[in-house]
Design a protein. Structure first.
Length: 282
């Protein structure tokens, strides 16, 4: 990837993190930790990988995205705003009564949302259905779904994985945001999921392991997925919960709470400083 393009993606991802912090601060609730860890992947999807058009969000030929870990929608909303699906100011009304943006994605109320999600484990099944429909309809669109690593403890994830491989859904890419933490603590202590790569391989997936904050590795993984025929791909992205905000990084406490005013100001200062640094390198 060219340096200039990489810098632009890094700037957008940092702005997405800022948007997630803005949203959860104004909501006084939400899930910043996992939103921040997945921001780079979602930025790459919407600004490099996926065929989507904010002017025509229901285009039948568009690529589809399912945020299976729906509670981490604050960064998805920020990415959608940056892409032009709706105004940035909507982020300030996150989780407010009557607002467009609620605590989990709503496909009926929010432009750019392809599936309403929230109950963990179910999103990947919906993504499988979309991918199979594309096969039936002889469409070229691709389907992407982000799961949490804690979410992989759900049995429905593995039922869907079995279904995807059986139906040779090579138009499906499952991305696991492996930040190592879930609401109750470290994933390895709550209900260990390793070896996750061997599990997906045994279910018939092509598996790629990457640093989920490295855009070169992210790009290579999605290119690999497009080259593989006859089987779905699982990208296992190692990430840091709370990435980009020093006092949130790798802290399970930030799974599900909004920052207070002092914390919001500290986080905003860090993220704006990083945006300025990156823009200075362009």
């Amino acid at each position: 990837m060219q340096t200039t393009e990489k810098r632009q993606l890094q700037i957008l991802a940092t702005k997405a993190r800022l948007g997630a912090v803005i949203g959860t601060f104004n909501a006084k609730s939400g899930h910043p930790g996992g939103s921040l860890s997945a921001a780079d992947i979602m930025t790459y999807l919407y600004f490099k990988e996926m065929n989507v058009d904010p002017a025509n969000p229901s285009d039948a030929d568009r690529d589809r995205f399912v945020l299976s870990k729906g509670h981490c929608c604050p960064s998805l909303y920020a990415v959608l705003a940056l892409k032009g699906f709706f105004e940035w100011e909507e982020l300030y009304k996150l989780r407010h009564v009557g607002a467009m943006l609620q605590g989990h994605p709503d496909m009926k109320g929010t432009p750019g949302i392809d599936m309403s999600t929230g109950s963990l484990g179910q999103g990947v099944s919906a993504a499988c259905g979309m991918a199979l429909a594309g096969k039936f309809d002889k469409k070229d669109y691709r389907v992407y779904a982000i799961l949490g690593d804690g979410e992989c403890e759900e049995g429905q994830v593995w039922e869907a994985a079995m279904f995807a491989a059986h139906n040779k859904l090579d138009n499906l890419v499952v991305i696991v945001d492996q930040n190592g933490l879930q609401i109750d603590g470290p994933v390895c202590e709550v209900c260990g999921i390793e070896p996750l790569d061997k599990k997906f391989e045994s279910f018939g997936f092509n598996v790629v392991k990457i640093d989920g904050h490295n855009f070169d590795e992210i790009e290579a993984a999605f290119e690999n997925a497009k080259s593989v025929k006859g089987k779905p791909t699982a990208i296992l992205a190692k990430t840091v919960k709370g990435k980009g905000v020093s006092f949130m990084e790798d802290k399970v406490d930030w799974h599900g709470k909004g920052p207070n005013k002092a914390e919001f100001e500290m986080a905003s200062e860090e993220l704006n400083a990083e945006i300025a640094r990156l823009e200075g390198e362009c």
